[in-house]
Ligand binder design. Structure first.
Ligand code: FES
Length: 72
């Protein structure tokens, strides 16, 4: 998957399905996708936020350029 800031200049900052921001999730100190899912449900709906949650867990960042799946 590749970052594509040219697709949408607005950063991705939240799980839309569960209306929770990555900043709120990061502040909860969850350490895994499973912990995040248990605490707020993020990543358990359409799952389009999962790559961003994984990046948040790895970097601590809470706003991301759009990631495009190159397999399309
Ligand atoms: S945007 Fe997070 S599960 Fe749909």
């Amino acid at each position: 998957m590749a970052e594509r800031p040219d697709i949408n200049p607005r950063p991705v900052t939240r799980c839309v399905c569960h209306d929770v921001s990555f900043r709120e999730i990061a502040a909860s100190n969850a350490r895994s996708l499973e912990e995040i899912a248990t605490r707020c449900g993020a990543g358990t709906g359409c799952q389009s936020c999962v790559p961003y949650l994984q990046k948040m867990l790895a970097t601590g960042e809470t706003a991301f350029a759009v990631i495009q799946d190159d397999r399309e």
